[in-house]
Design a protein around this ligand. Structure first.
Ligand code: SF4
Ligand code: SF4
Ligand code: SF4
Length: 353
């Protein structure tokens, strides 16, 4: 007698991933549910977890949110390239609003202007530094998304918004390494199990951001910045982590410069098991480690990414040169450190320590 394994669903995702402090808040489960036209899930940013509406019952043949979660099972990595560059945006306006050379904004501006994409899934913040996922379809919306944010934003929800709410079929996705992995997993599961939406065709460019961690909004803003340092978040105009130092700026100048170890307690649990620093599942990865201040470190990872990168150079959107070998070495060292830390944390949890 063949015993069919019962399909898992969102309740299992809660028990196995979310309640166990493994959720990366990528938003993939919410996007998948919306793309399947159930729309049962939303991101509760106060609780920092995906939640299901009261009284809803998942159909027995669904379960896609569970199987596409990158924290249930990692996607398979296919390596194409690893070319590292030091990059700066050519445009003064982009450099003025962006951090670290403005490569992300400049690449997106090129992709929009050249018709490679119709929209870009990016993250904006309000005056309280609360984040919101947006689908930017023009330059001014792109400029609003420039600059780092260190609190969670479920960027993958923007994929469903781009398709369903905006009717787009060519989109760029910007996100953290976990979000790039989440999208890769959406592709893999969608391809093999359902064709409600052809995820593969909508994202034409994946730009991954270097990431050492994301921090709980309430704890970072209220417990740390406000209570420990007396900083009113509404006055903050910029935050940046570079060389293990958190810098917080206002219009008047630097408000805080603190060792990153100070904010370690506020890091989200789901980030502690994360092994990917440079977004291995992206077409192009961008960060600030390994290049001088005011420049972006760019890693071209796929031939799709290479086409866009070279097009942006040809059309005068970015200036690029090969990264200094010491910069590449630093990036590789940080990649190794993060991978080892994530594995060690998983082992620690497995051992119940
Ligand atoms: S990691 Fe992503 S897909 Fe998995 S539960 Fe969290 S938000 Fe959903
Ligand atoms: S099992 Fe299906 S319907 Fe239920 S939350 Fe997941 S994707 Fe939505
Ligand atoms: S540390 Fe990992 S899980 Fe956390 S935001 Fe960054 S990429 Fe995502």
């Amino acid at each position: 007698m063949i015993i069919m394994e019962e399909k898992k669903d969102f309740r299992d995702l809660e028990q196995e991933v979310i309640d166990r402090g493994k959720c990366a808040l990528c938003g993939g489960c919410i996007a998948t549910c919306k793309l399947l036209d159930y729309r049962y899930l939303v991101m509760d940013y106060d609780k920092e977890r995906p939640v299901m509406g009261e009284g809803l019952q998942c159909p027995p043949d669904c379960g896609y949110c569970y199987y596409q979660c990158p924290r249930v099972e990692k996607p398979e990595l296919r390596r194409e390239l690893e070319e590292m560059y030091e990059v700066v945006a050519s445009d003064d306006e982009i450099r003025a609003v962006a951090q670290d050379g403005g490569a992300v904004t400049a690449l997106l501006a090129y992709a929009l202007a050249d018709g490679i994409v119709e929209g870009c899934v990016t993250v904006v913040r309000d005056e309280h530094w609360r984040t919101r996922v947006q689908v930017a379809m023009d330059r001014s919306s792109l400029l609003k998304a420039a600059g780092s944010k260190y609190t969670p934003s479920a960027a993958l929800t923007g994929i469903a918004d781009a398709i369903i709410d905006h009717g787009l079929w060519s989109v760029a996705l910007v996100g953290t390494p976990c979000q790039m992995a989440g999208y890769e997993k959406m592709l893999a599961v969608g391809r093999d199990t359902h064709n409600a939406h052809n995820f593969a065709s909508i994202i034409r460019l994946r730009i991954g951001l270097f990431c050492m961690g994301s921090y709980s909004y309430e704890r970072l803003v209220n417990e740390y910045l406000a209570a420990v340092h007396g900083i009113n978040i509404n006055e903050v105009t910029g935050m940046q982590i570079s060389n293990n130092v958190l810098h917080v700026y206002s219009d008047a100048g630097e408000l805080l410069s603190a060792d990153i170890a100070e904010i370690e307690p506020y890091k989200r649990d789901g980030c502690r098991v994360c092994e990917d620093f440079t977004a291995l599942f992206s077409d192009i990865s961008v960060g600030n480690s390994g290049t001088p201040e005011g420049k972006s470190t760019v890693i071209v990872r796929t031939y799709t990414g290479k086409d866009v990168f070279e097009g942006a150079i040809e059309r005068g959107y970015i200036e690029a040169k090969r990264i200094d070998p010491s910069g590449a070495e630093l990036v590789h060292r940080l990649m190794k450190q993060k991978k080892e830390a994530g594995i060690a944390e998983k082992e620690r949890r497995k051992a119940g320590k």
